[in-house]
Design a protein around this ligand. Structure first.
Ligand code: SF4
Length: 205
């Protein structure tokens, strides 16, 4: 079912699925997510559309652009960060103007760079309030395998992360992530993991 949409881009962010199994984690880089304030199938609302990296390379979407196209609702919302995907007939109607950071509204970086930068956890409230326009923000679809010996036992949720400069004045970490495991055990992802993941970057990088 193809749905017509049009709207202003709130932001363009990496589209990532995170698989957790207790203290292990693995990222799948699906492309980019357009966060849109506009009209979906005749209804005014805010929504997100998943696109591939080829579409982002072709259209160079960024916050403030006015865009239209068609898309489909996602088949498996637990595994997909976006509300809609399979976008086509994409057209940029007008271009937005970059604003002074933070948040960083200029062009999203390539996914290899995103991966190499590493992320820190980001308060969900801060993400909602400040970070949706920022190219460094990311709201991942998270799949949790509770018991690796029984991989069908899963939970799903969303988690928010920041790939941006560690000196960003808007950043708030929020509570550490807790990952449920077998026999009622819980893995707590403490601060040192974020520090280790981003240790290769300076405060303003
Ligand atoms: S906290 Fe991160 S995602 Fe939010 S504005 Fe700052 S750099 Fe961007």
């Amino acid at each position: 079912m193809k749905l017509e949409w049009q709207g202003n881009l709130i932001g363009v962010q990496p589209r990532i699925r995170l698989m957790r199994s207790f203290d292990q984690r693995q990222h799948s880089y699906l492309g980019y997510m357009l966060l849109v304030d506009g009209i979906m199938d005749g209804c005014m609302c805010q929504f997100s559309i998943g696109i591939g990296k080829g579409a982002q390379a072709k259209y160079q979407f960024r916050a403030g652009d006015r865009v239209q196209g068609v898309c489909e609702p996602v088949m498996n919302p637990e595994m997909e960060p976006a509300d809609y995907y399979k976008a086509s007939k994409l057209t940029v109607l007008s271009r937005g103007k970059p604003s002074t950071p933070p948040p960083w509204t200029d062009l999203a970086v390539d996914l290899e760079t995103t991966r190499a930068r590493g992320h820190r956890r980001l308060s969900a409230a801060t993400y909602e309030k400040h970070c949706r326009p920022c190219r460094w923000g990311c709201r991942m679809a998270v799949e949790i395998i509770i018991d690796q010996w029984n991989p069908d036992k899963k939970r799903f949720r969303r988690e928010t992360f920041c790939y941006g400069p560690k000196s960003c004045a808007l950043y708030k970490a929020g509570a550490p992530s807790k990952v449920p495991g077998r026999r009622g055990m819980t893995w707590v992802e403490e601060d040192w993991i974020d520090e280790q993941e981003t240790a290769h970057r300076g405060p303003d990088d």
